[in-house]
Write a protein that binds this ligand. Structure first.
Ligand code: SF4
Length: 353
C-alpha cells in the first residue's frame, strides 16, 4: 500500500488535502509541526482573565484567546481517522528567527526557512515510516512569501523533497510529481486552485459534507508588527534571542530606557502574575498603597534609572494623578523604596518599543 505524510495544520486546506489523498486509497500519516511559543500560557491566559474582568467590552481580550493549536489539530485528525504525530520545533525556530537564510516576511516571520524546516521534518518522517511521498494543503498564490510558484519550488528543493512533494489543491497548475508520474496518485482527481479566495475550498467542503473546520486564524504571531518590533529590539541590543525573550515579548507593555535597560509593565492581573514568575535575575517594581501593575526591568540600574522605572510603573497605577508615589523595588533578596512623581505620557512615549 502506498503511504504518504501530510503536513497538517488542522485548517481547511490541510483537511481537504488529506481527504483527497486518502480518497485515492493512500494511507495517510499526518504530521503537525508546532512551537511551544504558541502556547496560551501567557497572553491568552491574560486575555481570558481580562474578559472575565471586563465582560461588557471583551474585544481586546478576545483577540488574545485561542485554543492551544495542538488540541484543535488532534481533534481534527481524530475526526478524519488519521494518525497524527506532533513535533515541537521551538529550538529550530529560534535559530531561524536569529539567522533566517531567506529573510523575513512582513514582521519577523522567517516563512521560507520555516516551511523548509517543516518539510525536512516531514521528509525525515517519510523515511522513518517508509512512506513514498509528502503532501501539503498549500495553494498556489495564496500566501505572498511561501506560495508563489518560484518559492514553492525553492522550498521543495531546499527540503530535499524534489519530485516527492505533492500539493493536491493546486497540482494541476504545477509540474507533475513522482507520485503522479508513477500512478500512485491520479492527477485527474487533483485540483487547480490558486489565489487568495477561500470560496472554492469552502464549496468543496460543503460538497464533501465537511462542516466542522476552524476559521482561518489571524496568522502566526511573528507576523504581528508589535511583536516583531520587540523581538528586533532584543536582537539588536543583545545579539541573541532566547525562548524566554520570545515568550516575554508577547506579554505587557515594553519600554527601552537605554541600550542596556528594558522594562516590561503588566497590563492586567494575569500578566502581573505571569511576569512575577520571570522576576529571577530581573528588577521588580510595584507601587505601594494603590493598585497597580508589576514592572520587570532588565539590565544594570543606576539610581537615576531606578527613579525612571518607578515613575513609569506609577504612571500605570491607580495613583497616576498623585504628586508623589511610593514604589517598592526588589532585586533577588534586596528590597528598597523610592518616592517619585508618576511619569506623564509625553515622557514615556520615546521609551515605548
Ligand atoms: S507565518 Fe509563521 S508559521 Fe507560517 S510559515 Fe511563516 S513563520 Fe512559519
Amino acid at each position: 500500500m502506498i503511504k504518504a505524510i501530510g503536513l497538517f495544520s488542522g485548517g481547511l486546506d490541510s483537511i481537504l488535502a488529506v481527504r483527497m489523498i486518502r480518497d485515492q486509497g493512500i494511507e495517510v500519516d499526518a504530521l503537525h509541526v508546532y512551537t511551544t511559543f504558541e502556547s496560551p500560557s501567557s497572553a491568552d491566559e491574560a486575555g481570558r482573565k481580562e474578559s472575565e474582568r471586563n465582560p461588557t467590552n471583551p474585544d481586546k481580550a478576545n483577540e488574545k484567546i485561542r485554543e492551544h493549536p495542538c488540541a484543535s489539530v488532534s481533534n481534527m485528525a481524530a475526526k478524519l481517522w488519521i494518525g497524527l504525530t506532533t513535533m515541537d520545533v521551538s529550538e529550530d525556530f529560534l535559530e531561524m528567527i536569529r539567522h533566517p537564510r531567506f529573510g523575513y516576511g512582513s514582521g519577523i516571520n522567517p516563512c521560507l526557512d520555516c516551511r523548509i524546516t517543516m518539510l525536512r521534518k516531514a521528509k525525515a518522517r517519510m523515511e522513518t515510516l517508509g512512506a513514498q511521498f509528502v503532501f501539503t494543503g498549500e495553494v498556489l498564490g495564496q500566501r505572498p512569501m511561501t506560495q508563489r510558484r518560484d518559492t514553492l519550488r525553492k522550498v521543495e528543493r531546499e527540503s530535499g523533497l524534489e519530485g516527492l512533494l505533492l500539493r493536491p489543491l493546486s497540482a494541476k497548475l504545477l509540474s507533475p510529481t513522482v507520485p503522479e508520474q508513477e500512478g500512485w496518485v491520479d492527477r485527474a482527481r487533483l485540483l487547480d486552485l490558486s489565489g487568495r479566495s477561500r470560496k472554492p475550498q469552502i464549496e468543496l467542503a460543503r460538497q464533501w459534507g465537511i462542516t466542522d473546520y476552524p476559521q482561518p486564524a489571524g496568522g502566526c504571531f511573528l507576523t504581528d508588527k508589535t511583536l516583531a518590533r520587540r523581538i528586533k529590539d532584543v536582537l539588536s541590543h543583545t545579539g541573541s534571542l532566547s525562548k524566554e525573550d520570545l515568550i516575554l515579548s508577547k506579554v505587557g507593555r515594553h519600554f527601552r530606557l537605554s541600550d542596556s535597560v528594558k522594562v516590561i509593565v503588566g497590563r492586567w492581573e494575569a500578566e502581573n502574575d505571569f511576569l512575577e514568575r520571570y522576576a529571577e535575575g530581573r528588577w521588580m517594581f510595584q507601587v505601594v498603597g494603590a493598585p497597580g501593575p508589576i514592572a520587570l526591568a532588565e539590565g544594570t540600574l543606576s539610581s537615576e534609572t531606578i527613579r525612571k522605572v518607578a515613575a513609569l510603573v506609577a504612571r500605570y497605577s491607580d495613583a497616576k494623578r498623585e504628586a508623589s508615589v511610593e514604589v517598592r523595588y526588589t532585586y533577588e533578596e534586596r528590597e528598597r523604596m523610592v518616592e517619585v512623581s508618576p511619569a506623564d505620557d509625553a515622557r514615556i512615549a520615546p521609551w515605548r518599543i
